[in-house]
Design a protein around this ligand. Structure first.
Ligand code: S6P
Ligand code: ZN
Length: 189
């Protein structure tokens, strides 16, 4: 066998649970402390245990950030919980290169993908294991866990997309996913 031509895989993706392991896989965590002004009820967030883990992200970066024409592949796990009436949720972002799209897909758990276009029009798609979501360019996206178990979803996006968190910090999402008598509802804010 010619060892130089036939290589062993350097990154592994666990088919059942989406777990990523290998070279150039990075793992990051967001606890309550990191999520200042992300939730509607900021005072409630301040009073919570700041070390509670809200979500974690694994990403395989095969190319340097900003590379044109490359792709990134990752997963995010959002833990069950709420800040007041609002479900635990990712910060959410537009892509810095505004027209860059992304795929999300549900792996386990249940939740809601919240999407908002540049005019502030907002809608949500139910996320369940096997659901596939196309996020068009110029569309802010974030995911909430509406269940009692962790929610994991996969993601694939262009390596030159970048993350614009600033526009969201300035104007926020135009609606919030709240627990209204046990039912998730998008409420305009
Ligand atoms: C990247 C992709 C995801 C999110 C992750 C965390 O474009 O959309 O990997 O980064 O779900 O969300 P956020 O909004 O905190 O980056
Ligand atoms: Zn994104």
């Amino acid at each position: 066998m010619n060892d130089e031509l036939i290589l062993n895989p350097r990154v592994h993706f666990q088919i059942g649970n989406g777990e990523l392991r290998g070279d150039n896989v990075q793992h990051s965590y967001r606890v309550i402390r990191d999520l200042k002004h992300i939730f509607l009820q900021e005072q409630t967030r301040e009073q919570m245990d700041q070390d509670i883990l809200v979500y974690e992200v694994q990403v395989y970066f095969p190319v340097e950030e900003g590379t044109e024409g490359g792709l990134y592949f990752g997963n995010s796990t959002i833990y069950p919980g709420k800040v007041g009436d609002e479900y635990f949720i990712t910060k959410g972002h537009f892509h810095s290169q505004k027209d860059r799209a992304e795929f999300y897909w549900g792996i386990y758990g249940e939740g809601m993908l919240i999407l908002m276009d540049e005019s502030g029009k907002i809608w949500a798609e139910k996320m369940i294991p096997g659901s596939l979501h196309y996020i068009p360019g110029k569309t802010a996206h974030r995911v909430a866990n509406t269940g009692h178990e962790p929610l994991r979803f996969g993601a694939c996006w262009p390596s030159d997309a970048g993350h614009d968190y600033k526009s969201i910090a300035n104007t926020g999402f135009s609606a919030r996913l709240l627990d209204v008598n046990g039912i998730p509802q998008l409420i305009k804010s």
